[in-house]
Design a binder for this molecule. Structure first.
Ligand code: GLP
Length: 248
């Protein structure tokens, strides 16, 4: 595990953005997985700004998001499709066929999940997955207790997350919110993982995820076993790991 600590939030956002740009420049047909949430907003904006200022070829880049909400129209403002489209796919000019997402509405979400994986496999698998970290240690929407061998499929949302999403997306209570997430096994198959975490509110879960035992109680802890993994933190998120690992 490589651990990188940015001195402040700005340095964190720029460093994270350059990880994505470097991947795009080094392998112009890269398949890159993204994550939504507060953590990634400025990173996506920075990639978009740098691309606007210094354009480079992204015509063969494939983008996707690690998870998606279900039972909301795809055009709804809170879907991962819309968030990634607005924050980075559209600003970069990624073609629709190179932006792979599961559908938010389907009769059979398990089939939808298999189709999502098939489309990623047809592109040669995932080169880079940028991963956010949930407050309870989740990655994607894989909640604590999810088996490490879980595969891409439907997941329920924990009550806090559901309440937050419902609030953020103004989803009425009669719509059952759920999600499709790439499974932990599928996430681990990416050739490179970068876990990005910022803010003092994540310091404790960062410590558990990267210094604690590898356990399904903290889904993100599995990345300790990934052979090509970087943890990118800002100083606040790193507060409880500084000085406790041989890396720092
Ligand atoms: C949601 C997403 C995750 C993301 C997490 C972190 O749960 N499904 O993919 O990593 O939020 O969100 P934030 O960055 O807002 O803390």
């Amino acid at each position: 595990m490589k651990i990188t600590i940015a001195r402040n939030e700005k340095e964190f956002d720029v460093t994270a953005a350059w990880r994505i740009i470097a991947q795009m420049l080094q392998k112009p047909d890269s398949v890159i997985g993204l994550s939504t949430g507060q953590t990634t907003i400025n990173m996506h904006a920075t990639v978009s700004q740098i691309h606007a200022q210094f354009p480079f070829d992204v015509s063969r880049i494939t983008l996707f998001n690690v998870d998606e909400l279900t039972n909301l129209p795809q055009e709804y403002s809170g879907t991962c499709y819309r968030i990634i489209l607005n924050q980075i796919a559209r600003p970069l000019g990624i073609a629709r066929h190179n932006f792979i997402m599961p559908s938010t509405t389907a009769d059979d979400f398990q089939r939808e999940a298999r189709l999502f994986e098939k489309r990623l496999a047809e592109r040669g698998g995932v080169d880079l997955q940028m991963l956010g970290l949930g407050a309870n240690g989740h990655i994607g929407i894989n909640q604590p207790g999810t088996p490490f061998e879980s595969e891409t499929g439907i997941s329920s949302l924990d009550p806090d997350l559901e309440a937050r999403l419902r609030r953020e997306t103004q989803t009425p209570s009669d719509i059952v919110l759920g999600g499709i997430t790439r499974g932990i096994k599928n996430i681990m198959h990416a050739r490179k993982l970068i876990l990005i975490v910022k803010g003092s509110h994540k310091a404790e879960i960062v410590e558990k995820a990267i210094l604690g035992p590898v356990s399904t109680a903290i889904p993100a802890s599995i990345i300790q076993l990934h052979p090509n993994c970087e943890i990118l933190l800002d100083a606040e998120a790193a507060a409880r790991v500084v000085g406790k690992t041989g890396h720092l």
